[in-house]
Design a protein around this ligand. Structure first.
Ligand code: HEC
Ligand code: HEC
Length: 245
């Protein structure tokens, strides 16, 4: 997981350098082939997504190194305002860069709108949460880490291994290959919100259930908050890192 994240960010960095180089060559040097529209004029979802998001979130919005965006439960849970806000300002952990020009990024508000509308219309599923009450997108406050530890052992350890001691023992009933989300280095890279979003919305294409699928009863808002609070206590905080709130 860590390696995937690291490699992915390195890759994304390279992509940016490549883009910058291409941009530098553009003025006064019309190359052969069709005219390339100025970056701020691109309003095609596929192009915008490919150039700005695919390196980290996967070519088709899943199986990337960060949250699956092509997850109808996630899109419905977050809603349009959150999607626009996150894309514009970036993640609290600074690994998801800000994209809005007003936050130092390269995209116009209109382009961010095209991206968010495109994700919702292509990958969303109107009414997918009808009749169900998921825990809210944002946590109301801090939870109880001890309760979260117990919940993690009960709901998560069968796929992710438990705490360090637990993970060292072979998990006999492990059927799905999932990363050690209790790894402090992994946790240092990912914000509490990102953990919460993943627990509630799951990663359907990867085999991670949503809040309804971990046990006989759906996870409650409380349980999700407790689990995230416990995971946060394991995080290795690096000086200067802002996500360890
Ligand atoms: C350099 C890698 C990278 C790129 C490029 C990137 N993201 Fe992200 N994205 C992340 C990471 C990492 C997270 C989790 C951030 C955190 O820890 O809060 C994230 C989180 C998100 C979230 C919020 C998930 C949640 O929990 O609600 C949205 C929405 C999102 N990205 C959209 C986009 C869009 C749209 C683009 C393209 C314009 C994009 N991202 C480009 C790495 C990236
Ligand atoms: C049925 C197996 C299963 C259960 C139960 C499960 N997960 Fe997952 N989880 C997965 C798989 C598979 C992935 C994606 C593969 C991976 O780890 O990268 C994943 C991914 C994640 C991720 C994102 C990390 C990543 O690799 O991108 C987090 C965070 C996470 N799970 C937390 C939890 C928590 C917390 C629980 C308990 C509430 C839980 N999971 C229960 C299978 C499971």
């Amino acid at each position: 997981m860590m390696d995937r994240l690291r490699a992915g960010f390195a890759f994304a960095g390279l992509g940016c350098v490549t883009l910058a180089l291409m941009a530098c060559q553009a003025p006064g040097k019309p190359g052969p082939g069709p005219e390339v529209p100025r970056p701020s004029h691109v309003l095609d979802f596929a192009t915008l997504y490919q150039q700005n998001c695919a390196a980290c979130h996967g070519v088709d919005g899943h199986r990337g190194i960060a949250v699956s965006l092509a997850n109808p439960v996630y899109l419905a849970l977050a809603g349009k305002d959150v999607l626009i806000n996150y894309t514009a300002k970036g993640g609290p952990g600074n690994l998801m860069p800000p994209f809005a020009r007003s936050y130092g990024g390269t995209l116009t508000d209109q382009q961010i709108d095209v991206l968010v509308d495109g994700m919702i219309s292509r990958w969303g599923h109107p009414g997918i949460l009808a009749g169900s009450t998921p825990p809210p997108y944002a946590a109301a406050g801090k939870g109880d880490p001890a309760a979260g530890h117990t919940d993690f052992e009960q709901y998560c350890a069968r796929c992710h291994g438990g705490d360090a001691a637990h993970a060292a023992a072979p998990a006999l009933n492990k059927t799905v290959q999932a990363g050690p989300v209790t790894n402090p280095d992994y946790l240092a890279l990912i914000s509490d919100q990102s953990l919460r979003s993943t627990i509630i919305a799951g990663m359907p294409d990867e085999g991670m259930p949503d809040w309804r699928g971990f046990g006989p009863k759906p996870l409650t808002d409380h349980e999700v908050t407790d689990i995230v609070t416990w995971l946060a206590t394991l995080r290795q905080t690096t000086p200067g890192q802002t996500n360890a709130k």
